[in-house]
Ligand binder design. Structure first.
Ligand SMILES: CC(C)(COP(=O)(O)OP(=O)(O)OC[C@H]1O[C@@H](n2cnc3c(N)ncnc32)[C@H](O)[C@@H]1OP(=O)(O)O)[C@@H](O)C(=O)NCCC(=O)NCCS
Length: 167
């Protein structure tokens, strides 16, 4: 299965979210119960993948600020005290699609949108807060660096942009 089979677009008010199941109930419930509200108050922008009209994946992006003193010195070096960033607030794929590299394609889709946004509003890092070790392995696999002692991982937007230029 390839990601070309999916349509990537902004969440629509009429989207049927009832059958979405990622194996992480909190992420499924958030999509059903809170994604539209987050859109309406502009606290999170949600993008979905659809297949035959059904939502099979989503991610939610939001502006964020990192305090430099919360980063290891080697990562925060050269940054202002308060660092503009983009938060991947949620990211999940339907359980039937796991383990085929599609999570990586979904993350690449999020990255592309972040790079476009960062051409207009500056952001130095992408940030993600994970709940479990499996999600941390997933992000590490795609170049994110864990912040020791936290559930947070970060990656420079310039590194994402470099990946796309070299692809
Ligand atoms: C996280 C998620 C998007 C990964 O999707 P996926 O399509 O299964 O991931 P990929 O096939 O692209 O995985 C790429 C790499 O990530 C890592 N990875 C992915 N899922 C993993 C898991 N369950 N355990 C450990 N490592 C994992 C592996 O290193 C894998 O490399 P490999 O192919 O060499 O084994 C998907 O499992 C999911 O939606 N999970 C539920 C929601 C969630 O946990 N979201 C993340 C928190 S925001």
């Amino acid at each position: 299965m390839s990601d070309a089979e999916f349509v990537s677009r902004h969440l629509h008010p009429g989207d049927d979210l009832s059958s979405f199941s990622s194996d992480q109930p909190s992420l499924d419930e958030w999509l059903r119960q809170s994604a539209h509200h987050a859109e309406s108050i502009r606290s999170g922008r949600t993008w979905v993948w659809t297949q035959d009209g059904s939502v099979v994946a989503y991610f939610t992006l939001a502006g964020h600020v990192i305090e430099r003193h919360d980063l290891p010195q080697r990562i925060g070096r050269g940054s202002p005290d308060r660092i503009p960033a983009v938060l991947i607030a949620r990211l999940a794929l339907h359980r039937d699609l796991h383990g085929q590299g599609l999570g990586g394609a979904l993350l690449a889709d999020a990255s592309r949108r972040i790079i476009v946004a960062a051409e207009i509003v500056a952001a130095r890092f992408v940030v993600v807060d994970v709940t479990g070790d499996e999600a941390a392995s997933f992000y590490t696999h795609y170049g994110y660096r864990p912040i020791p002692g936290t559930r947070r991982l970060v990656r420079k937007v310039s590194d994402l942009a470099h990946d796309f230029r070299s692809a």
